[in-house]
Design a protein around this ligand. Structure first.
Ligand code: NAD
Length: 485
C-alpha cells in the first residue's frame, strides 16, 4: 500500500469523514504494477441514506441559504485550490488510474477550469419574462432540483466530477457522489479541497463503494431528484429504469465508437497528430476516443503508413514514468481488449498495421496493452462496431461523402465525430448529417472543451453536460403568473 497522505477508507457525509456503516473496505489497485494501492470504504445503502439526508439538510440550511454569487465564490476558491495542487492531484490520478502524469495534470487543470467556468456562471443563469394575457405578469425562475446523484466511472474522475458536480453545485443542488470502485482517490481529495475552500457541510457528500451496492442504492433513492450517470450502456439503462420508478430525470453519458473522417483534400500534416492521439489518449479508455478512422480511398495507404509510423514511436510504460501511454485500469479490462485483438486474425481482410512496444523495464504485473492499429476492418465487424475501450484503432476506406456518412452513422453509438477536409461546404454538410452530439472540423477534442455542450445520441446517451447546457440540465424551470389587473 502507498502512503496517500490522508485516510482513504472514509466516506464523506454531512461534512464528516467516517468509515462505511458496515465497516467494510475495498482495495484500490495500482494498474502500473498490479499491486495494492490503498483501501477505500465500501459504502452501502445505509451510507447512501445518510448522505441523502445530509444533502437535504444542507439544502434546508447553510448551503441552501447562499446566494448564487456566494455559491460561485466557493467554486472559484475551490478551483484556485485545485490549480495550486494540480501536481499532487495528477500524481494521485497516475497511481490510481494509471494515466501518465501529463494526462493527470491535464485532468486537474480541466477540473480547475470547470470550477472557474461554473463558479463564474452561477449568478448568470436567469429566467425570462413572458408576454402573457392582459393584466398578468409572467416570469420564470430556474431552481435547483434538490439532491442530485452523480455516479462516475474511473477513466476521467476529475473531469467528470468537474463537469457534473461543478454545474450542479453552481445551480444550488446538494450532491451525493459515487465514484468508481476502481479509482476514487481524486474524488476524495477533491471533496477535501472543496471543504477547505469553504463548501458548507452536506453540499457535497461522497460515498465510494460497489456499483451494485452504493451505486444502485443511490440511483433508486426516493430522496434523489436528478441522476447524472457516466459509464457503460448496460449500467446506464439500468440507472434510467431505477430513476424512472421515482419519476426522476437522468443525464446519461455513455460510450462511443467515434469516427474521424479524413477526406482526400485534408491537410494530413495537421490531421495526423489528432488521428493518433485521440485514439490512444488514456490508453484508449476515453468515451469520445476516435476509435474509428475513415479515410477516403486515394489517401488510405498514406494515412495508414503515417499513422503506423507514429504508433511505432509510442512509448508505453508506468504512469509515473510519464510516457505516451500507461496501463489499462485492470486485468479484466486488459483481457477484454486482448479478446478483441484476438478477433483480428479471423476478420477477413483485416491486418495489424502497427503495434507499439512496451518500454524496457515496464513492470510485469502491470495491465499493459501496447496500442494497435488495425487496417481494412469491414464496417459491420465487431471490431468496427463495439466500444473496445482500449488503445485499438480501426482504419477503413470509404468512397465519397455518402459512403462516409453511412459508415460513420452505422453503429449503435453517436457521441463525437471529426471531419478533415478543406471544403467548407462539405464540412457543414457532414456536420449536419452526422448522428452524434459533437462534431469537430479540422480538429478533434477527445474529452476536451469545458465550454462546449457534450453528450450523445442513440446508445451514447442523452442530456448534455459541459458549457451552459449543464446548468440548464441541473436546474428546473418554475413559471410564475401574477394576475394584477
Ligand atoms: P460502469 O458503467 O461499469 O461504471 C460506471 C459507474 O457506475 C461506476 O461508479 C460504477 O460503480 C457504477 N455502477 C456499476 N454498476 C452499477 C449499478 N448496478 N447501479 C448503479 N451504479 C453502478 O462503466 P465503466 O466500465 O466503469 O466505465 C467505462 C464506460 O463509461 C465506457 O463505456 C465509457 O464509454 C463510458 N464513459 C462515458 C463518458 C461520457 O461522457 N459519455 C465518459 C467516460 C466514460
Amino acid at each position: 500500500m502507498h502512503d496517500i497522505g490522508f485516510d482513504t477508507a472514509r466516506i464523506l457525509v454531512g461534512g464528516r469523514w467516517q468509515p462505511a456503516a458496515g465497516g467494510r473496505t475495498l482495495t484500490l489497485v495500482d494498474p502500473s504494477h498490479g499491486t495494492a494501492l490503498a483501501p477505500i470504504a465500501r459504502g452501502e445503502a445505509a451510507d447512501v441514506d445518510a448522505a441523502v439526508d445530509a444533502a437535504q439538510a444542507a439544502l434546508a440550511g447553510d448551503w441552501g441559504r447562499l446566494t448564487a454569487a456566494e455559491r460561485g465564490r466557493v467554486l472559484l476558491k475551490t478551483g484556485a485550490a485545485v490549480l495550486e495542487r494540480a501536481d499532487e492531484l495528477a500524481r494521485l490520478e497516475a497511481l490510481d488510474v494509471g494515466k501518465p502524469l501529463k494526462q493527470g495534470r491535464a485532468d486537474a487543470l480541466a477540473l480547475a477550469r470547470y470550477l472557474e467556468f461554473y463558479g463564474g456562471a452561477a449568478d448568470k443563469v436567469t429566467g425570462e419574462t413572458i408576454p402573457f394575457a392582459d393584466g398578468y405578469t409572467a416570469f420564470t425562475w430556474r431552481e435547483p432540483h434538490g439532491v442530485t446523484a452523480h455516479i462516475v466511472p474511473w477513466n476521467y474522475p476529475m473531469q467528470i466530477i468537474g463537469r457534473s458536480v461543478g454545474a450542479a453545485l453552481a445551480m444550488g443542488n446538494a450532491c451525493v457522489l459515487k465514484p468508481a470502485e476502481e479509482a476514487c482517490l481524486t474524488a476524495l481529495a477533491f471533496a477535501r479541497i472543496a471543504h477547505d475552500a469553504g463548501l458548507p457541510a452536506g453540499a457535497l457528500n461522497v460515498v465510494p463503494g460497489l456499483g451494485e451496492e452504493a451505486g444502485a442504492a443511490l440511483a433508486a433513492h426516493p430522496g434523489v431528484r436528478h441522476v447524472s450517470f457516466t459509464g457503460s450502456v448496460a449500467v446506464g439503462t439500468r440507472i434510467q429504469a431505477a430513476a424512472a420508478a421515482n419519476a426522476v430525470p437522468v443525464t446519461l453519458e455513455l460510450g462511443g465508437k467515434s469516427p474521424q473522417i479524413v477526406f482526400a483534400d485534408a491537410d494530413l500534416d495537421a490531421a495526423l497528430p489528432f488521428l493518433v492521439s485521440a485514439g490512444i489518449q488514456n490508453a484508449g479508455q476515453t468515451c469520445s476516443a476516435a476509435s474509428r478512422i475513415l479515410v477516403e480511398r486515394p489517401l488510405f495507404d498514406t494515412v495508414v503508413a503515417r499513422m503506423a509510423e507514429r504508433y511505432r514511436a509510442l512509448r508505453v510504460g508506468p504512469a509515473l514514468d510519464d510516457l505516451d501511454v500507461g496501463p489499462l485500469i485492470s486485468a479484466r479490462q486488459r483481457d477484454v481488449v486482448e479478446g478483441y485483438l484476438a478477433l483480428v486474425e479471423g476478420c477477413r481482410g483485416a491486418q495489424v498495421a502497427a503495434r507499439a512496444s512496451l518500454a524496457p523495464g515496464a513492470p510485469a504485473g502491470g495491465f499493459y496493452v501496447p496500442p494497435t492499429l488495425v487496417a481494412h476492418v469491414p464496417p459491420a465487424h465487431r471490431l468496427a462496431q463495439e466500444e473496445i475501450f482500449g488503445p485499438v484503432q480501426v482504419v477503413m476506406p470509404f468512397d465519397g461523402e455518402a459512403d462516409a456518412l453511412a459508415i460513420a452513422n452505422g453503429t449503435p453509438y453517436g457521441l463525437v465525430a471529426g471531419v478533415w477536409t478543406r471544403d467548407g461546404g462539405r464540412a457543414l454538410r457532414m456536420a449536419r448529417a452526422l448522428q452524434c452530439g459533437q462534431v469537430f472540423v479540422n480538429n478533434y477534442g477527445a474529452g476536451g472543451g469545458i465550454e462546449l455542450p457534450f453528450g450523445g445520441v442513440k446508445h451514447s446517451g442523452h442530456g448534455r453536460e459541459k458549457g451552459f447546457e449543464a446548468l440548464y440540465g441541473f436546474s428546473v424551470v418554475k413559471t410564475v403568473a401574477i394576475r394584477h389587473g
